[in-house]
Design a protein around this ligand. Structure first.
Ligand code: NAI
Ligand code: DG6
Length: 505
């Protein structure tokens, strides 16, 4: 795409675009009136179009998501097709916004024109990435893919020669953070209890992987078991200095995931947390800012929560009052086994539950005093169901004149087939943001986006935001913001869907 505007230049390998950002400041006057002052802020976005060679390291590489992600990228790269009971299937990237969604760029006459997201701004091609990672289980990726029971047998057979030589690196294992029922697979772990030594090993792994594969950069993503929350402790988790000291002292409340995150940040790489636990404690956030790297979290938003953050938005914005949501899940994979333990379930419960608070909080007509609704999360481990997760939701809402509206959903699919494309998107878009800089009114030099990359909230159940940043869970608003940031950096207007040229011709 080439944008025909004096606001955009394409020079020396950069797209530079000016963007007038329109927002409003709101003050509440003494008499209760809201005084709203619209304002315009001039931004310049500069995107480096040189695509780097990207290395991806997954924590939990041998799990269902890790193997499905690796298999999916290989199947697409090799353009594989395989037989299922429904016939021949070819590789695709359905479920990935970067590879399979489109963004409206304008109108040609009365026709609206859409471009694939990865053509609006230049992204790394998934065919060109190199993948590695760690797992507490020693199985090679081919064996692990079979254990996962996600993919069709004929595809597994085709991928076996490519995945059997992929072996996870030894992992950090702090037993107390994941369920006790995971112990039987923990046969590939770093010795001892010295957290500083563990940190140094992970740092070395990242450096060696990067050098061996001639990568320009590496991104690390956690897709290992959900950990319990660490008990946030002043003097341990509150500042970057204290987190580093706590690792040196092998403090008990420093989780394995926090050690991976700190190692990644110290290597100057972005870190993404795909699970709900509080890995990214205040001290880690401070460290990421000091080292100028991005952190993204928490917990992939795949099926049930994606619908929830879209459905509740629809109900509340239609003036309908959801009063209770009951979300029931059962699944039989290793994730379900880990979540059958109470402390790990609590981490997941929190992230699945907190995702509508801002939506109900936005409407004081429906929720004048408290925006809390009855919201229950149930997760049951049923081994026979394997990776095929069943999610059932009941939404009860109050409607006109005291009537009641019931919505019931049944959601079934292989969980990892939804999560793997999200993993790809999180990584590719984070990498893109490493190449984007901005300048705003009066700033002399370009700088990067906030290191807490909340723009990726669309892909996360509990988006990590920096302090004083509003939390947005509404799926529509999240996607709209992401699409519009792509458009702004490419030199296009944000889409407000007014279509005035047709309504007021
Ligand atoms: P899984 O249990 O199949 O895979 C996790 C892997 O992590 C296992 O192979 C395990 O051996 C490994 N592991 C555990 N602790 C480790 C450590 N300290 N270092 C390195 N490896 C470690 O689980 P699955 O289905 O792949 O999910 C992964 C994570 O993603 C879970 O926390 C899950 O809750 C989260 N998630 C999954 C979604 C989905 O749709 N599949 C959506 C949202 C989050
Ligand atoms: C039980 O719900 C297992 C969980 O790991 C979820 O399947 C996973 O977090 C996906 O959740 P959701 O709500 O995004 O579909």
């Amino acid at each position: 795409m080439q944008v025909n505007s004096s606001n955009v230049t394409y020079e020396n390998g950069f797209i530079q675009a000016s963007y007038s950002y329109k927002s409003s400041n709101v003050e509440k006057l003494e008499n209760g009136t809201l005084k709203v002052t619209p304002k315009t802020t001039e931004y310049t976005f500069k995107t480096n179009t040189k695509i780097p060679k990207l290395g991806i390291m997954l924590v939990g590489w041998g799990g269902n998501n890790g193997t499905t992600f690796t298999a999916g990228l290989l199947a697409n790269k090799m353009k594989l097709s395989w037989f299922t009971k429904r016939g021949e299937q070819t590789a695709n990237y359905y479920g990935s916004i970067t590879q399979a969604s489109t963004i409206k760029v304008g109108c040609s006459g009365s026709e609206e024109v859409y471009l694939p997201m990865n053509q609006v701004l230049p992204l790394v091609n998934p065919d060109d990435v190199v993948i590695s990672g760690w797992d507490i289980s020693a199985l090679n990726l081919s064996q692990a893919m079979k254990r996962a029971q996600v993919l069709e047998y004929n595809l597994i057979e085709k991928l076996d020669p490519y995945m059997r030589d992929m072996v996870p690196k030894k992992a950090i294992y702090y037993e107390d953070f994941i369920a006790a029922n995971q112990k039987t697979r923990a046969d590939n772990i770093l010795e001892g209890h010295n957290k500083l030594e563990h940190l140094e090993t992970i740092r070395k792994d990242i450096r060696e992987f990067k050098a061996t594969n001639n990568c320009d950069k590496v991104i690390v993503l956690w897709t290992a078991n959900t950990e319990r929350f660490c008990q946030l402790t002043p003097g341990v988790h509150d500042t970057a200095e204290n987190v580093l000291k706590a690792i040196e002292n092998s403090e008990a409340e420093i989780s394995a995931s926090t050690v991976y995150a700190v190692a990644t940040i110290l290597e100057g790489c972005s870190y993404i947390n795909g699970s709900p636990q509080n890995t990214l404690v205040p001290g880690v956030i401070e460290l990421a800012k000091q080292k100028d790297v991005f952190i993204v979290g928490d917990d992939f938003k795949s099926g049930q929560t994606k619908i929830k953050t879209s459905l509740v938005d629809f109900l509340v914005s239609a003036g309908i009052k959801p009063q209770s949501i009951v979300s029931y899940n059962h699944l039989g994979n290793n994730d379900g086994k880990n979540l059958s333990s109470e402390k790990q379930f609590k981490s997941k419960e929190l992230s699945k539950k907190s995702c509508v608070d801002d939506i109900t909080g936005s409407n004081k007509i429906l929720y004048p005093e408290t925006n809390k609704i009855d919201h229950e999360i149930v997760i049951k481990y049923v081994p026979y169901t394997g990776d095929s997760k069943k999610a059932m939701d009941e939404y009860l809402s109050e409607i006109f004149l005291g009537g009641q509206h019931t919505l019931v959903l049944y959601n079934v699919c292989e969980d990892s087939l939804l999560a793997a494309p999200i993993i790809l998107d999180l990584i590719l878009i984070t990498e893109l943001f490493e190449r984007i800089e901005y300048k705003v009114d009066g700033m002399r030099t370009f700088q990067r986006f906030n290191r807490v990359l909340s723009t990726l909230g669309y892909l996360c159940k509990a988006p990590l935001t920096d302090e004083n940043t509003p939390l947005v869970n509404s799926l529509y608003r999240q996607k709209n913001a992401l699409d519009n940031i792509f458009k702004a950096c490419a030199g296009l207007h944000a889409d407000d869907n007014l279509l005035l040229e047709f309504k007021c011709p």
